[in-house]
Write a protein that binds this ligand. Structure first.
Ligand SMILES: [Zn+2]
Length: 267
């Protein structure tokens, strides 16, 4: 598989890349490895000291679990692979505390979680946890651990999908080109009486199928059977590059394990 970087949008954390000379099986392997196997940190246990907020302990614990935490894969290991044998130590878990008392109506945000490790903190500071009324209190200690998306989606590092790369052809003159450009401004531009295709829209716009229908086949879309546009939208725990590299490493490790197992199997 040949991978070519296409673009990255900092605001949305979306990365697009092109996978060439491959097939859907391989690209889907990459997608599944990303979603299910690449570990990230997330809150797994919460001990409540005080909670007079309107939400039950369970609901707050669930909300805390869904807060993406910046993840440092060099310093932490999965509890199941730790030398402490899952008992809990500072190689496989991290404590975060939260203490809030409302002087007036106030919202408790993710930024109020105090982490013992400055490298592992909430990605989005403005995520609300709960709204407190005057005098209400929330005090807790949370434990974050590394985990995988196949156990719970809170540990998944990103949204990932792919589609066949496509080409757009026009057959003859496009009727009402100017109107078309106005209807689909992301796909076309109308320049000096000519309809032009915006190259970027070929990568991810879902509107092309509609355009083929509207123009009665004057605009045609073809798919490359061996090329795929891959979209990766990181939730922020890890950088896009780290996610892809780690997903590939994990897959290679599985292949090695399979090879070893086959060699050890009597014929
Ligand atoms: Zn440990």
């Amino acid at each position: 598989m040949d991978i070519k970087f296409l673009k990255h949008d900092k605001g949305t954390n979306r990365t697009l890349f092109l996978c060439k000379d491959t097939n859907a099986v391989m690209v889907n392997m990459l997608r599944r490895s990303i979603l299910q196997e690449v570990p990230t940190m997330a809150i797994e246990d919460v001990e409540f000291v005080k909670n007079s907020s309107p939400l039950y302990d369970e609901v707050i614990a669930l909300r805390l679990g869904l807060i993406p935490l910046k993840t440092d894969l060099k310093s932490y290991v999965l509890p199941s692979e730790c030398t402490c044998k899952g008992e809990g130590c500072n190689k496989c878990q991290l404590k975060l505390t939260l203490k809030a008392k409302a002087k007036g109506d106030t919202i408790v945000y993710a930024s109020q979680l105090k982490s013992k490790d400055p490298k592992v903190v909430p990605v989005y500071e403005n995520m609300p946890i709960v709204k407190l009324l005057k005098g209400q209190e929330l005090e807790l200690e949370a434990t974050a651990v590394l985990g995988k998306g196949k156990e719970h989606m809170k540990w998944a590092p990103a949204l990932a999908w792919y589609r066949h790369a496509q080409d757009v052809h026009t057959k003859g003159k496009i009727p009402e080109g100017e109107k078309l450009a106005k209807m689909y401004p992301k796909l076309f531009s109308w320049k000096k009486g000519k309809l032009e295709i915006n190259e970027d829209s070929l990568l991810e716009s879902p509107q092309w199928a509609e355009v083929v229908e509207v123009t009665d086949g004057a605009v045609q879309v073809t798919e490359h059977k061996d090329q795929f546009v891959f979209l990766l939208e990181s939730w922020g725990q890890l950088k896009s590059r780290e996610i892809v590299v780690r997903a590939m490493e994990i897959f290679e490790g599985k292949l090695d394990a399979l090879e070893t197992a086959l060699k050890e199997t009597p014929e």
